[in-house]
Design a protein around this ligand. Sequence first.
Ligand code: FMN
Length: 164
Amino acid sequence: MEFFEVVKQRKSVREYSDKKVDKAILKKIIDAGRVAATARNEQPWEFIISSDKEILSKICSMCPNGPFIKDAPHLIAVFSKDTKYYIEDCSAATQNMLLAIEALGLGGCWVAGDKKDYIEEVRKIFNVPEGYKLVSMISVGYPKKPQGPKNKKDLKEVLHWEKW
Ligand SMILES: Cc1cc2nc3c(=O)[nH]c(=O)nc-3n(C[C@H](O)[C@H](O)[C@H](O)COP(=O)(O)O)c2cc1C
């Protein structure tokens, strides 16, 4: 898919088929996150992929904003060192991965991490060292049904040339 088509077609997909995603494809997704823009090139991120149904169900039960996690074949969790720009860095990585997911014909949804009360529990579930922060999770799989992108504000509503 052409770049701008990927960007415009990306959407949050919350329903998946049972088909697992090949490890090589999951690695491609993480690789897109790995090369994201990052302040001072600090690359504070660490990525965990889980395909363990029990773990996904456990996380789902703590996460009212991710009721679909238990039915996803995979979950990517993005953890970070506590750097000055960790939220921005890991958000850039998360968006890169969502675009990769779209380009690969998969579906994914960003599930909030930062500021949520379950972040420490999720850290412990994945054996992540103390001090690392959960910034986001991405459920990922093959979409259950075709889905188009959501309506977005028109360009002329948000674009200002030179001044507001
Ligand atoms: C920082 C951030 C946190 C989000 N957290 C959740 C979440 O916890 N649960 C969820 O279902 N969607 C979550 N989303 C996805 C948004 O709901 C979604 O991007 C928005 O509704 C626009 O839809 P679209 O992604 O299809 O364009 C999150 C998105 C962002 C950027």
